[in-house]
Write a protein that binds this ligand. Structure first.
Ligand code: SF4
Length: 347
């Protein structure tokens, strides 16, 4: 687990700097980790963005827009109109829409006014088409035969649903001529990245197998249950369809969350205010390090329940560190600033 977390950080940092593998970057990317849907969480998500669209998205703020807010901002009219006339029927009670209109106004992403007892709205800006491609990466540093066997059905589900344009597996470079992952029943539609997490630069990751572009604009199939296929298993598979517009909405919701969180948000759930919390810059990526345990700790270990937690001494907050926080707060701010720099400034 520990190895997976740090491998994942290395993959995220590499993707932020060097995506796409084996090619020149033509479009900006936004990288996030641990995102997906209710049914499936991807380790790393890379959004390949339209540069103008990404700049226009910045006007809507750094916080992500959830599905209710997206419904409002994407359909808000150019001229004042009653919200029930302006917005398409959402398929759920209008009072929730009214609440979302108020939230959107509070966030400053639409304008509202009252006309008699009616709430009217109009848009401030057109919500842009800013996401070109959604790339999902599953990180498996040690892709043993049994890890590959349990990963294969998940990837088959990803391919059948086709919510992401590309699905990849990232695995540690074993130094062998052909990575063993190729032989382990991974669907041929999924690409394979071999990663040397200790190496710096674009060449730290190599595409050993190119993925197939998935049909994101076609209906997707969600495989809910599949028989084991043995001699005594005559049960039927269960699946549902997702139509293209639902898929487009889900992709955008994932993109919005990725835009807000980036991949450095891990520090929010750790204890950088602990005196033993350090960040060690290894060649590939700056990784959290615990000087009490003498290892790169995971998010699970570095939590409120850690028996070795010790707060930063108050004196650390008064000497070379700014008065409004010790090294832990400075580190948090640094990571937040790095995250913010990956997003363009609004025009
Ligand atoms: S001692 Fe515990 S809380 Fe402190 S840095 Fe190490 S893992 Fe985190």
């Amino acid at each position: 687990m520990n190895a997976e977390f740090h491998f994942e950080l290395a993959v995220c940092q590499w993707a932020e700097r060097h995506w796409p593998p084996d090619g020149d970057r033509e479009r900006p990317v936004v990288v996030a980790r641990q995102l997906g849907t209710k049914y499936r969480r991807w380790d790393t998500v890379v959004l390949v963005c339209d540069p103008d669209g990404l700049a226009a998205r910045a006007r809507f703020g750094t916080q992500g827009l959830d599905s209710d807010l997206l419904h409002v901002v994407r359909n808000a009219p150019a001229e004042w109109a009653w919200y029930r006339d302006a917005l398409p029927d959402p398929g759920y009670p209008w009072r929730y829409v009214r609440e979302a209109v108020h939230r959107a106004a509070d966030r400053g992403v639409v304008e509202t006014r009252t006309n008699g007892n009616r709430i009217e709205l109009r848009r401030k800006w057109t919500y842009p088409d800013w996401v070109d491609r959604v790339v999902a990466i599953e990180n498996k540093p040690d892709l043993t035969a049994s890890a590959a066997r349990s990963l294969a059905p998940q990837l088959e589900r990803d391919v059948a649903l086709s919510l992401a344009d590309e699905v990849w597996v990232a695995t540690r470079d074993t130094g062998e001529a052909v990575t063993p992952a190729l032989f382990e029943g991974i669907p041929v539609e999924a690409g394979i990245l071999t990663v040397d997490p200790e190496r710096r630069g674009a060449s730290a990751v190599e595409a050993t197998w190119q993925p197939r572009t998935l049909a994101v604009d076609d209906p997707g199939t969600r495989i809910e249950e599949r028989p084991s296929g043995g001699d005594h298993d005559a049960s039927a598979a269960r699946f549902t369809y997702l139509d293209p517009s639902e898929k487009a909405n889900k992709r955008l919701e994932i993109a919005e969350r990725a835009y807000e969180r980036g991949w450095r948000a891990y520090v929010d759930s750790m204890r950088p205010d602990c005196r033993y919390f350090e960040v060690h810059p290894t060649p590939a990526v700056a990784r959290p390090y615990c000087s009490a345990k003498g290892c790169h700790q995971t998010q699970g270990e570095c939590a409120g329940s850690c028996p070795e937690f010790e707060p930063e001494p108050p004196s650390w907050r008064q000497q070379e560190w700014p008065l409004d926080g010790g090294p832990g707060s400075v580190l948090k701010r640094l990571l937040a600033e790095q995250r913010a720099r990956r997003r363009p400034e609004p025009e």
